[in-house]
Write a protein that binds this ligand. Structure first.
Ligand SMILES: NC(=O)c1ccc[n+]([C@@H]2O[C@H](COP(=O)([O-])OP(=O)(O)OC[C@H]3O[C@@H](n4cnc5c(N)ncnc54)[C@H](OP(=O)(O)O)[C@@H]3O)[C@@H](O)[C@H]2O)c1
Length: 278
């Protein structure tokens, strides 16, 4: 179901009349001023990233890290209350625009890109929002067709559609795309066929896009197992406390976002182990 929420009207979240409101926008009463990042004695222009699925888990950890590093971030998730709570935890100096909506909704995707444009452009698009499908994970012979289509719509079709929407801004900035994938895209884990196929398709889209658009950096990144809601849904009733928190995968993503690596497939925590310490 598409859940496109209107901007909140309570005094605590009243939109300021000073700039455009977007469908689904959630805004704090007082926004941090937009500033550049001091770097070696001069001001670096503020950069902007879209991070989808940023109300919890990896998306939240990454968006919070980028915001603290001075990036502007445009974030989304379907649940407006969870997104508002997450948004309010972000630190200045980066500016945050939070839009509640579904990445499978074309109008919502347009609003995400318009918000980035209004912040001055788009340097990085992180397609992180993802659907696991039914829990517990069914074998392929029992995977309902509508459920499979819903997984593909969120994990494969929506990321490409958002990339298409964002391409003019990304190309203008010689930008980067991070498509968050999984080892389930390349391994034959029982029960992971629907989700894994959607991620395998996302990986090949990324691979071809990297060849077609050499002016961009296109990364498809496996963050590794993480202690998140999605992981718990994949292993219902199991103790997943031995899995690392998503924050441990973030430095590898930041290395790709701020470093100089060529387009390709990466494992976030292998980058961390190799010395990325952002
Ligand atoms: N956790 C792992 O062990 C693991 C391993 C390998 C790869 N990954 C990948 O890592 C990424 C992050 O996973 P995670 O574990 O952090 O997941 P998570 O904890 O379930 O968080 C998913 C986030 O995406 C949002 N979201 C889901 N569907 C959406 C939609 N259609 N439109 C907009 N937002 C949506 C969720 O909020 P709403 O529900 O409110 O929309 C939430 O903010 C995913 O791409 C996942 O496939 C995870």
């Amino acid at each position: 179901m598409i859940r496109l929420q209107r901007a909140r009207r309570s005094s605590a979240w009243a939109p300021s009349p000073s700039r455009t409101n977007y469908p689904g926008e959630i805004r704090p009463a007082a926004e941090a001023p937009r500033v550049g990042r001091a770097y070696r004695g001069c001001m670096e222009p503020t950069r902007t990233a879209i991070v989808t699925g940023a109300s919890r888990g990896l998306g939240l950890a990454l968006a919070r890290n980028l915001s603290a590093r001075g990036w502007n971030v445009v974030v989304d998730a379907r649940d407006p209350d969870a997104l508002a709570a997450a948004h309010s935890s972000f630190a200045a100096p980066g500016r945050t625009v939070a839009l509640a909506g579904d990445v499978a909704d074309p109008l919502h995707r347009r609003a995400l890109v318009a918000a980035a444009s209004n912040l001055g452009g788009l340097h990085v698009l992180v397609n992180n929002a993802s659907a696991l499908g039914p829990s517990p994970l069914p074998p392929l012979a029992e995977l309902d067709t509508a459920a499979f289509e819903a997984i593909l719509a969120t994990n494969t079709v929506a990321p490409l559609a958002l990339i298409r929407e964002a391409l003019p801004l990304l190309e203008a900035a010689s930008g980067r795309i991070l498509n968050i994938t999984s080892d389930a895209a390349v391994e034959g884990y029982e029960g992971w066929g629907g989700y894994g196929a959607s991620k395998a398709a996302l990986e090949q889209l990324s691979n071809v896009l990297a060849a077609e658009r050499p002016g961009l950096r296109v990364y498809w990144v496996d963050p590794g197992d993480m202690r998140t809601q999605m992981h718990q849904e994949a292993f219902p009733g199991e103790d997943i406390s031995d899995r690392p928190p998503p924050e441990e995968s973030v430095p590898g993503l930041v290395d790709l976002i701020e470093g100089d690596r060529p387009s390709g497939r990466y494992q976030a925590r292998a980058l961390v182990a190799a010395g990325a310490a952002r």
